[in-house]
Design a protein around this ligand. Structure first.
Ligand SMILES: [Zn+2]
Length: 176
């Protein structure tokens, strides 16, 4: 299950019967993901892979990918828990020529010499969805730079004027 690699004949067969496969890998076992996330604490990435026949005799692969990565915030270097919740629609092609014939705007993937690696595809999709420099959202527990400076009170530039006007009104005027 670790590296589920499927050959072209198997891809066609899976697509022909609309096969669906639920797969899971530990992040620690996915070398490229483990390079950016804390593999020991990131748990598993689960994938639902659905094969479908596509136009031109090709096969289509829909991936639903879920999990949680523990990344490092590039601002404060603290833990950044990053939910993975994405889907991808891919068309499996044999060559670039096939990719050029696709009518739909859909990402094309070609199996390598060994076949199509579901683990590799999953890593590709997750890595593509990650920001180059992941950071906590502002005010979401980022430890860098301390809290943003907050003024002591509401900014009321006219407060002084209001006090002056009140003072005038309180002043007895004339012989009242
Ligand atoms: Zn941070």
């Amino acid at each position: 299950m670790l590296a589920w690699v499927i050959g072209s004949a198997e891809i066609a067969e899976l697509a022909g019967r609309h096969a669906e496969q639920q797969l899971a890998w530990r992040v620690a076992d996915l070398d490229r993901l483990a390079g950016v996330a804390d593999g020991a604490r990131s748990g598993e990435i689960t994938v639902l892979a659905a094969f479908r026949p596509a136009a031109e005799g090709l096969a289509r692969l829909d991936l639903s990918i879920h999990g949680t990565l523990v990344l490092t915030c590039q601002r404060c270097l603290g833990d950044l828990v990053w939910p993975v919740d994405l889907s991808a629609e891919l068309c499996i092609v044999a060559s670039d020529d096939d990719a050029g014939r696709l009518r739909e705007p859909i990402d094309a993937v070609a199996p390598g010499p060994e076949g199509l690696s579901l683990a590799g595809l999953t890593e590709d999709e997750v890595l593509a969805a990650l920001p180059l420099a992941p950071m906590h959202a502002a005010g979401a527990g980022c430890m860098a730079g301390g809290p943003a400076s907050v003024p002591d009170g509401p900014n009321r530039p006219l407060a002084g004027l209001a006090a002056l006007l009140k003072k005038d009104a309180d002043d007895p005027v004339g012989g009242r």
